[in-house]
Design a protein around this ligand. Structure first.
Ligand SMILES: Cc1cc2nc3c(=O)[nH]c(=O)nc-3n(C[C@H](O)[C@H](O)[C@H](O)COP(=O)(O)OP(=O)(O)OC[C@H]3O[C@@H](n4cnc5c(N)ncnc54)[C@H](O)[C@@H]3O)c2cc1C
Length: 333
C-alpha cells in the first residue's frame, strides 16, 4: 500500500482482514493530509445518481466496519448516526429539494427540530446521514490492520517500482527495495506523481478545501446543516465545523483570508447566533479530484498495480467501498 490516508488505511485493513500480508508505506504520517483534515461527514447526497448509489452502498458498510476496527484497535472513532438538514431559502430551492426525496419539514417544523436555524428558511429536507472524527478513523483503520499483522511504515516515501515486463516486482523506498505481489497506489493527489514512476498516467489533481472550527458557546446545533456552498457540522467534542471551500491551488494547502471569510459568513447566514461564537482554528487540505470527477479504482499500468484515488469530497464516506473494490480486484486475479 502506498499512502496512509483514509483510502490506503481502509484498503490495508480490508486486505489484512482477508488474510493478505500487507505493508503500508506513508511518506509523512498517517492521516497527515486530506484524510486528517476532513470534516467527517458521511452524507451520500448531492451527487449524480450513480455516485449517490455508490455512496449509499458505502454508508451501509460503516456499522460493521466501525464495530470491527473499534474492537481491533481499542479506539473510539466517534461515529454517530445523526440526521442532516438541507434548507431552502426560496421557492426554487424548495421545489428542487422536495423533488430530491427525503422528509420535507416546513419552516415551523424546522424551528422545532433545530431552533437555532435562521428564520429566513422556507423549509428543509431531512437527510439520511452520519459522521465520525477522521483522524481517529484513519488511525483506527491502521491500528486494526496492524493488529492483523500489517506493517505500517510512516516517514517512508515510495520513490519508484521494481518492474519486469508487465509486472511490478517490488517498491523502492529510501531504506531499499521491498518485494510485492501487488502494489496499490492510494497517494491522494500525489498518485499521479507516484504512478508516473511506473509509467502509468493517472488523471488526478489537488483541490484545496478550507475548514474552520467554532466554539459555539451557548448555541446548540442538533443536525448537520448543508447548503449549496458549504455546511455546518456539530462534532462530538462540542465544536461546530464550518466547511468547505473548493479551490484550484495546486499543492498549496494553506488556508486563506478569503476562504475562511466565506465560511464564516455562511455560518452566520445559516445560524445567526454563531456570530458570537469563538473561532477555534482554521485549516485546509487537498482533495484528490479526477478529470471526470469520478473515483479511479482499477488495475492500471501493470498487471498487478492498482490505483485507488480521486474520491474528491467523499473520500471518508467512500473508503469502505474502495477497500472492497481493491480486495475484489485482487481476489478475482
Ligand atoms: C477540507 C476538506 C473537508 C473534507 N470533508 C470530507 C467529509 O466530510 N467527508 C468525506 O467523505 N470526505 C471529505 N473530504 C474528502 C476526503 O478528505 C478525501 O477524499 C480523502 O481524505 C482522500 O483520501 P486519500 O487517502 O485518497 O488521500 P490523502 O488523505 O491525501 O492521503 C494520501 C497519502 O499519501 C501519502 N503519499 C503521497 N506520496 C507518497 C509517496 N510517494 N509514498 C508514500 N506515501 C505518499 C501522503 O503523505 C498522504 O498521507 C474532505 C476534504 C477536505 C480537504
Amino acid at each position: 500500500m502506498i499512502g496512509g490516508g483514509v483510502i490506503g488505511c481502509a484498503v490495508a485493513e480490508r486486505l489484512s482482514f482477508e488474510g493478505h500480508q500487507v505493508t503500508l508505506f506513508e511518506r509523512d504520517q498517517l492521516g497527515g493530509r486530506a484524510s486528517g483534515a476532513a470534516a467527517g461527514e458521511l452524507s451520500p447526497h448531492g451527487t449524480t445518481s450513480a455516485a449517490e448509489e455508490s455512496a449509499k452502498k458505502s454508508l451501509q458498510l460503516f456499522p460493521e466496519l466501525i464495530a470491527r476496527i473499534e474492537k481491533d484497535s481499542a479506539m473510539n472513532v466517534e461515529y454517530r448516526v445523526q440526521a442532516g438538514l438541507q434548507p431552502a431559502f426560496n421557492q426554487e430551492e424548495a421545489a428542487r429539494l422536495r423533488a430530491f426525496g427525503g422528509r420535507w419539514l416546513d419552516a415551523q417544523a424546522c424551528r422545532q427540530v433545530e431552533p437555532s436555524l435562521t428564520t429566513d428558511v422556507l423549509g428543509a429536507v431531512l437527510l439520511e446521514h452520519a459522521n465520525l472524527t477522521p483522524p481517529r478513523f484513519v488511525l483506527a483503520l491502521a491500528r486494526a490492520a496492524a493488529a492483523r499483522g500489517a506493517a505500517i511504515l510512516e516517514g517512508t516515501p515510495v520513490m519508484g517500482f521494481e518492474r519486469m515486463g508487465d509486472e511490478i516486482k517490488g517498491v523502492i523506498t529510501p531504506a531499499g527495495s521491498h518485494d510485492a505481489d501487488w502494489a496499490v497506489i492510494a497517494a491522494g493527489p500525489w498518485s499521479r506523481e507516484v504512478a508516473s514512476t511506473a509509467g502509468a498516467d493517472v488523471d488526478v489533481r489537488p483541490q484545496r478545501g478550507q475548514l474552520a472550527a467554532l466554539d459555539p458557546g451557548a448555541v446548540v446545533l442538533r443536525h448537520s446543516i448543508f447548503w449549496a456552498s458549504g455546511y455546518l457540522v456539530p462534532k462530538a467534542d462540542g465544536t461546530i465545523i464550518a466547511g468547505g471551500t473548493e479551490e484550484e491551488s495546486r499543492f498549496d494547502d494553506r488556508p486563506t483570508v478569503a476562504g475562511i471569510a466565506s465560511l464564516l459568513s455562511l455560518a452566520c447566514r445559516l445560524v445567526p447566533d454563531l456570530g458570537a461564537a469563538n473561532l477555534q482554528r482554521v485549516w485546509a487540505g487537498l482533495r484528490p479530484v479526477t478529470g471526470d470527477g469520478l473515483p479511479i479504482v482499477e488495475a492500471l499500468g501493470a498487471r498487478n498495480l492498482i490505483v485507488a484515488t480521486g474520491h474528491h469530497r467523499k473520500g471518508i464516506l467512500l473508503a469502505p467501498l474502495a477497500a472492497m473494490q481493491v480486495a475484489a480486484i485482487i481476489g478475482a486475479a
